[in-house]
Design a protein around this ligand. Structure first.
Ligand SMILES: O=C(O)CCC(=O)C(=O)O
Ligand SMILES: [Fe+2]
Length: 155
């Protein structure tokens, strides 16, 4: 579990509402979560968390009172051989208030080797599309490459 506080930007730093995708303004750069499933509880701030659609468009994932946001993570994508995609998301907090979010990351053991499940391979053409990966290795590689601002990187 992580507890994240996003301070309000100073007025001078704050982009116009809807000013778009200036990477300098990302509070949390685009990424997919590493594990199985993430349960995210966020405060009532709107227009901060965004998820990417298949066509590349970003849409707001505004909080629903009393509900968690549930993100599929990379290991679930691997297990399902891509049937369930790991959701790419980011945070651009443009509000004037202090935003708080509390994601809980449900993850495999460090030493667990994750590979596409037989049933899912059968349902997706019979070929495993993801190589087996030790979760600890995946976590290390993602931690080093994630939470950047700027050019899109793999993962
Ligand atoms: O603060 C949020 O809404 C999302 C945070 C997040 O994506 C993460 O910590 O992986
Ligand atoms: Fe995330």
């Amino acid at each position: 579990m992580r507890m994240i506080g996003y301070p309000a930007l100073d007025a001078a730093e704050r982009p116009e509402a809807g000013a778009g995708d200036d990477a300098e303004q990302f509070s949390c750069g685009e990424h997919t979560d590493y594990g199985c499933v993430t349960l995210l509880l966020a405060d009532e701030t709107r227009g901060a968390l965004q998820v990417q659609l298949k066509d590349g468009t970003w849409i707001d994932a505004d909080p629903v009172p009393g509900a968690f946001v549930v993100n599929i993570g990379d290991m679930m994508e691997t297990w399902t051989n891509g049937l369930w995609k790991s959701t790419r998301h980011r945070v651009i907090h443009r509000g004037e208030g202090f935003r708080v979010s509390v994601p809980f990351f449900y993850e495999p053991d460090w030493d667990a080797v994750v590979r596409p499940l037989k049933k899912c391979v059968e349902r997706t053409g019979g070929v495993p599309l993801y190589p087996p990966v030790k979760y600890g290795d995946h976590l290390t590689q993602k931690t080093l490459s994630n939470f950047y601002s700027g050019e899109k990187k793999d993962g």
